[in-house]
Write a protein that binds this ligand. Sequence first.
Ligand SMILES: *[C@@H]1O[C@H](CO)[C@@H](O)[C@H](O)[C@H]1NC(C)=O
Ligand SMILES: *[C@@H]1O[C@H](CO)[C@@H](O)[C@H](O)[C@H]1NC(C)=O
Length: 225
Amino acid sequence: MLFSLKTSFLALSWYARMQADTLENQAVAFFNPTVGGGSMLDSAAPPLGEPLNVIISGLSSPAVLTDSGFLNFAQAIGFSTECLGIHLGAPQSANLGDGNGFVNQTVELRQDFGDPDLGTCLESLIGGNHLRVFRQNGPLANSGALFLAVSKEEDVEEGHTIVPDGYDIGRDQLVSSAVGTTSFGGVTYSTAAQNLTGLLPVGSDGINHDIAIDGIVTLLTVTIQ
Ligand SMILES: *[C@@H]1O[C@H](CO)[C@@H](O)[C@H](O)[C@H]1NC(C)=O
Ligand SMILES: *[C@@H]1O[C@H](CO)[C@@H](O)[C@H](O)[C@H]1NC(C)=O
């Protein structure tokens, strides 16, 4: 009796240890920022924010989640670096609940209208789709996922603000150009989309430019072929 109790205890603690190891090493799509005191709205014009309406899953191919790898993927779906490296507007920051607190965007990219070198200059003039990238990699929630604030902008005459419904439209346009098979620079991607509700609020409360959102976040899993 004593012996078997001891054996079961040992077996149990071994099992618990295995579980802990597995959890620690297990890759995840992302962690909900609000659990760690963060938010799915970035800080744009405090207290107002813009929705982080697309997540590149931490289960994507690791290369896609690096700065250069994401840029290549973004070019495959019609985005590129800002016009001649000229940046319009201040950076935004986000708290992804990963223990890093507020961190500025790692990069801002614009729709390139088919020309990765100069097309974004056109976006700066005539408006178009636009994204900011935040990486969830702090010690409390190191998923490696990229959180994107996507929005469609007016032209420069309108002061480069967001078009009506511009957050949802920007998200849907980005997602439709990403889903399926795309390629750039000799790399081919296969991308799957899943809509998530309950992470973002619905409506315009707390949203920059008073533009209502439908509350959907699209999770993209990007796999290099
Ligand atoms: C973001 O960048 C701006 C401008 O470079 C800087 O003033 C600000 O302190 C940065 N914010 C964070 C949270 O790092
Ligand atoms: C996600 O939601 C958008 C907006 O309602 C919709 O257009 C799109 O088809 C949905 N995508 C998926 C994969 O369900």
